[in-house]
Structures are given as structure tokens and as C-alpha cells.
Ligand binder design. Structure first.
Ligand code: CP
Length: 359
């Protein structure tokens, strides 16, 4: 007799989200004209904040990411001989593994720190001194820390680029790039310049911009594409959602922002629903947004896509995983390719993968 477990093992493996093929990234490559200049300008620079990025640079990163995603095996391994220092002083599933997967796919080698207690930090060593050591051991650093100031403390002493992989409640710029890369594959026309009023999208963000680094960085990057966005609806049951000046900065960038406290009445009009519940509060993570959750029975618009930076909590029911609304798994998968594009640009190797003269 064949048990249900045996049946499960015999079933061919399928991507759950149905968006993991190469057609969409190929379509994005075709939709966006190539221009290496903005990527050349990223060479040897730090990546700390989403504020460092503009429209043209993001579009070229999306295009290069889509090239990587639609090319199963790279002809060139542009980072051969380069070393990544992957320093994660706070737990991570996606960010660390997708950065490391990106670097491996580009041919580089990796040194990985997954616990601050295994380094001199346990003996009180300063981040400035650790930065000085990193200069000698690797070519790029990717840093995740629960301390907002950590990446800034290292900057002065660094002679190699550092990429912020999440610093406390401050920012997570490469997560926001992965979020927008997902939207670019979903609707390339939103990133091609003028967008007709009827094509503009309404984005719902369930989260707290002042306390969630993913939301803070996402809003900053959305501010690079106001022509594609009819409205951003922030759905939150917190009293204070923005830091001083945060909302004004986004409105100056051209975003139309509205705050709502109820989720279900908004859902039928939202084209994109971004949801996150994890925030750093004091010295630990806390789940915010009690009562704001999505399930298969939520009144989602037909064709709406759900994004979530993950890790998932009770706010996102697993019964949505096998619906067409699930773009959160594609979002996590695409993070590898957007990070490949960014790392290749920082390490001055885009000439190896784009049609551009040697630098
Ligand atoms: N999206 C994200 O930052 O996930 P991890 O905490 O697992 O890296």
C-alpha cells in the first residue's frame, strides 16, 4: 500500500507561486532599454540607504537582475577571486542566504559570521576596529545588525564597500529593491516612463514606516516612481506611524499617501498588498498590526498581488500560498538576482556581463 507520505515524495517538484519561470524576467529585459552608466556609478560605493538610489539606477538594476534570472548558467563568473564577508549579527533566513547564493552564483568566495558571540564583539571589540580588520580580509561586506548605528559606525574606517542588510528599525534597502523588482516583473509597463492614469496602481502597505526597516526603505524606493502609483494606503492601527518629517519627504517625492485603520474595506481597491508585522521594539522583535491579517477569504481584488518580506507570522495565512495572489515567494526568489546585479555593479564587474567597455 502506498502511504500519503510516499505519494508526496513521488510528486514532481513545482514552484508554489507559479511565477518562477524565465518568461517574466525575459519580458522585463525586453521592456527596459540597457544603459550601463548608472550601474558604473555604483562601483566601489557603499549601500546604506534607499535614499542613495534614483529611478535610472533602479531600472538598470532590475534589467540586469532579469538578465541573471533568465540565464540559468552564467557564461562568465564575474566575481571569481573576490571574497564576500557576510556578517550577520542578527538572525536571517532570506537576506543572508540570498546574498550568499548571489555571490556563489557569480563565482566568488564567502566568509560568513552568523553569531556576534563568535567574534571579538563578545570581548568588547569596537565596530571601528572590526571594520579595519574587514578591510584586510575581503572585498565587500554585507552587514545585518539590530543596531541602527552599526553600519554607520563602520563607514569611517572602511576601504572596501559595505552593504546594509538591515540595521535595526532604520533601513533594509536591498529588500526594497527585491520588492520593486517583483513589481517590475509583474507589470513592466509601470517602469517604462509615462504611465496612463488608468494603469496606475494603488498599493496598500500594512505596516508601520517609523518602526519597520522594510517599510521605510520600500516607501523611499516607491518615491522614485510616483508616476506609476495612484495612491499608497498605509493600513495600521498604531497611533503614530511616521517619524518626524518622514511623511513629508515621501509626499515631496510625489507619493499620494493616505492612512487607514481597517483592512477589509480597502482590499477590493488595492492592486498590490504589501504586509509585514515584525518590528524591532526596544531590544527584541515584536509583532504589530493585531487584527490586520490576510487569508484566502479576504476580499482581495482579482489580479491583486501580495508581497511580504517574510518571515511570516499569523498576519499571512498559508491558505494563500497556492493562489495567484502569492507573489511573496517570487519576491524572495528574485532577491537573489537583484543582489547579483547590485554586487556585480559594486565590484566593478558589470563589463563582464553587460555590453560595455572594460573599466
Ligand atoms: N526579508 C528579510 O529580511 O528576511 P530575513 O530576516 O530572513 O533576512
Amino acid at each position: 500500500m502506498v502511504t500519503s507520505q510516499q505519494k508526496q515524495l513521488r510528486r514532481p517538484l513545482q514552484p508554489k507561486d507559479g511565477t518562477a519561470g524565465i518568461e517574466r524576467p525575459k519580458g522585463l529585459v525586453d521592456a527596459l532599454p540597457e544603459n550601463p552608466e548608472p550601474l558604473l556609478a555604483l562601483a566601489a560605493g557603499h549601500v546604506v540607504s534607499a535614499r542613495q538610489f534614483d529611478r535610472d539606477t533602479l531600472i538598470q538594476l532590475f534589467r540586469l537582475a532579469a538578465q541573471f534570472e533568465s540565464t540559468p548558467a552564467l557564461m562568465h563568473l564575474p566575481l571569481t577571486g573576490k571574497i564576500l564577508i557576510s556578517a550577520f549579527y542578527e538572525p536571517s533566513t532570506r537576506t543572508r542566504l540570498s546574498f550568499e547564493s548571489a555571490w556563489h552564483r557569480l563565482g566568488g568566495a564567502i566568509m560568513s559570521i552568523t553569531d556576534a558571540k563568535s567574534t571579538g564583539m563578545a570581548k568588547g571589540e569596537s565596530l571601528a576596529d572590526i571594520a579595519e580588520m574587514f578591510n584586510n580580509y575581503g572585498d565587500v561586506i554585507v552587514l545585518r545588525s539590530s543596531e541602527g548605528h552599526a553600519v554607520y559606525d563602520m563607514l569611517d574606517g572602511l576601504r572596501i564597500p559595505i552593504v546594509n542588510a538591515g540595521n535595526g528599525i532604520d533601513e533594509h534597502p536591498t529588500q526594497a529593491m527585491a520588492d520593486l523588482y517583483t513589481l517590475a516583473k509583474w507589470r513592466p509597463e509601470l517602469f517604462q516612463g509615462e504611465v496612463a492614469p488608468e494603469q496606475r496602481i494603488r498599493i496598500g502597505i500594512i505596516g508601520v514606516p517609523s518602526r519597520m526597516r522594510t517599510v521605510r526603505s520600500l516607501l523611499l524606493l516607491l518615491g522614485c516612481f510616483p508616476e506609476a502609483i495612484r495612491e499608497v494606503v498605509l493600513i495600521s492601527n498604531e497611533k503614530e506611524n511616521f517619524d518626524a518629517g518622514q511623511r513629508e519627504e515621501l509626499e515631496r517625492a510625489g507619493l499620494s499617501l493616505r492612512v487607514a485603520t481597517q483592512l477589509d474595506p480597502e482590499l477590493p481597491d488595492l492592486d498590490v498588498v504589501y504586509i509585514n508585522a515584525i518590528a524591532w521594539v526596544g531590544d527584541s522583535f515584536e509583532s504589530l498590526g493585531a487584527g490586520l491579517h490576510l487569508t484566502r477569504n479576504s476580499p482581495l481584488k482579482e489580479g491583486a498581488v501580495i508581497l511580504h518580506p517574510l518571515a511570516r507570522g499569523g498576519e499571512l495565512a498559508t491558505d494563500l500560498d497556492d493562489t495567484p495572489h502569492n507573489w511573496y515567494f517570487a519576491q524572495a526568489r528574485g532577491a537573489v538576482f537583484i543582489r547579483m546585479a547590485l554586487l556585480t555593479s559594486i565590484v566593478r564587474r558589470i563589463s563582464a556581463v553587460m555590453d560595455t567597455p572594460e573599466q
